[in-house]
Design a protein around this ligand. Structure first.
Ligand SMILES: N[C@@H](CCC(=O)N[C@@H](CS)C(=O)NCC(=O)O)C(=O)O
Length: 209
């Protein structure tokens, strides 16, 4: 297997942390998004969306999308499950992870891509050109503020996103907080529960991935 990656980008980081939690080492290939290498003919042949992360299997098959890549890895390497251990836990992890992707990763991406001049006409990733919508950038910032406070309230009574079980949902939330720095958003000082959870996850060796 080979992971097409970009060290600075949040979505590939989610997969790198997932792999690190499972102690799996695989070859990575850097696709430099700053140099628009994702738009090269060679990469678009593998990934028509021109996005990283992309997992390429030994037979050449390519899997795009963080969730699908994590699902495949979990099925092939079931030890130390991160997508849930029981039917109920699997459903709860998927529910939280989807919600955190939409209200976290996507909200920050809206805030960043709709305001940064480098993303003019690239407000969404992928092969099509989309103009920036400044109101979406503003909404993104507001959504991140709300997410921080919602998570703070959640972590007042819960060690991780799903009780005392560390899961992919924690990886998504943790990566969101790192990504939020791109829009100059830090954990607010009054969010002590969120900060406690963040420090705990940040202390795991996988956080360096
Ligand atoms: N929904 C995709 C999102 C992937 C994505 O947005 N990747 C970004 C890097 S974090 C990308 O490849 N951007 C390419 C571009 O901006 O052209 C997933 O889950 O993998």
């Amino acid at each position: 297997m080979k992971l097409y990656d970009y060290a600075a980008a949040p979505n590939p980081r989610r997969v790198r942390i997932f792999l690190a939690e499972k102690n799996i080492e695989i070859e990575t290939v850097q696709i430099d998004l700053a140099k628009l290498e994702q738009k090269s003919e060679a990469f678009l042949k593998l990934s028509p969306l021109g996005e990283v992360p992309l997992l390429q299997l030994d037979d050449g098959t390519c899997i795009s999308q963080v969730h699908a890549i994590c699902r495949y890895i979990e099925e092939v390497y079931p030890e130390n499950p991160l997508l849930g251990r029981t039917p109920l836990e699997k459903a709860l992890v998927e529910s939280s992870n989807h919600q955190l992707n939409m209200n976290g990763i996507v909200a920050v991406a809206d805030g960043f891509r709709n305001a940064n001049p480098a993303f003019a006409d690239r407000a969404l990733p992928g092969p099509n050109s989309y103009a920036q919508i400044p109101a979406l950038a503003e909404r993104g910032l507001l959504r991140v503020d709300h997410l921080f406070h919602d998570l703070d309230a959640h972590f007042a009574n819960s060690e991780f996103v799903i009780g005392d079980y560390f899961s992919v949902a924690d990886i998504t939330a943790f990566t969101t907080i790192g990504f939020a720095r791109w829009i100059k958003k830090k954990i607010p000082e009054d969010c002590i529960n969120l900060q406690r959870w963040f420090d705990q996850v940040n202390a795991r060796p996988s956080a360096k991935a």
